[in-house]
Design a protein around this ligand. Sequence first.
Ligand code: Q46
Ligand code: ZN
Length: 309
Amino acid sequence: MKCKKCGGKAVINMRQHNMGLCKDDFIQWLQEQTQRHIEKQKMFTLAEKVLVAVSGGKDSLALWDILVTLGYQADGLYIALGIDEGIGYSAESQRLTEAFANARDLKLHIVNLAGEYGTDVPTLAKQTKRGRDKPCSACGLVKRHEMNRIARDFGYDVLATGHNLDDEAATLFSNTLQWNGDYLLRQAPVLEERNGLARKVKPLFRFYEREMAAYALLRGIEYIYDECPFAEGSTSTYYKELLNQLENQSPGAKQHFYTKFLAAKKKGLFAESTVEIIPELHLCPKCGQLTSARAECSFCKMMERVQKK
Ligand code: Q46
Ligand code: ZN
């Protein structure tokens, strides 16, 4: 297979674009496409401060690498969740994230749940009602809360995450299976700033997971290969497999599923329900973040319950 740009030897074939590219052209193409998506979706400008949520995985580290290469002011945020499960998952992902930042002289914020709140994600899951077997619900709550907190306290304009098209398509599939109108309405590459929460963006939303893996590899980025041990057997992993089967039969199916959804939404597919029911919000007396609860937010409630035990 030949590179579509220079005729050299292609290292990747992207069937949905009917295009093979060599190493240098692929790296350049992916960076330029990211730049295009950032501009087209009005994600952020060179003048704004971006906080990249990094997990030590390929997507988030690649995103950080791309943003810095494109000249954006992008700092990192790593949240040490305390997930070990016999493979030292969190310790290893933190080590790789720190190595990445140090090698490039980038600014990295580290939030350590143990140091900050005296607990970790598996303990939170066990001691609260959230997720008896899977801690993902507690984990998601912690990540959202801490990302918002750091963005607010350090004055970042925008929060960027490394979600790729496979992630977005799996989420869309799940929301569609349940016709979850509220989630479908809010699923977008850009969520505008609301109630003092920083704007949230997903600059990699148009790339397949395998493209991000190829990018990380070709750029020599060292990332954690293992997925979080709790991701194994999750429904989102299962949906990704299903969508990949579909993709094998019909290249581009994954991409169409997601991009046509965005286009349909723009055309008013959900017009009837565009009056979003925004719950009345209050300030949490403990952490000062907005919550629909009358008293403390669910994050603070969870922490309190655990710290009491
Ligand atoms: S939510 Fe669940 Fe992830 Fe948290 S516990 Fe692991 S798999 S890291 S994206
Ligand atoms: Zn709170």
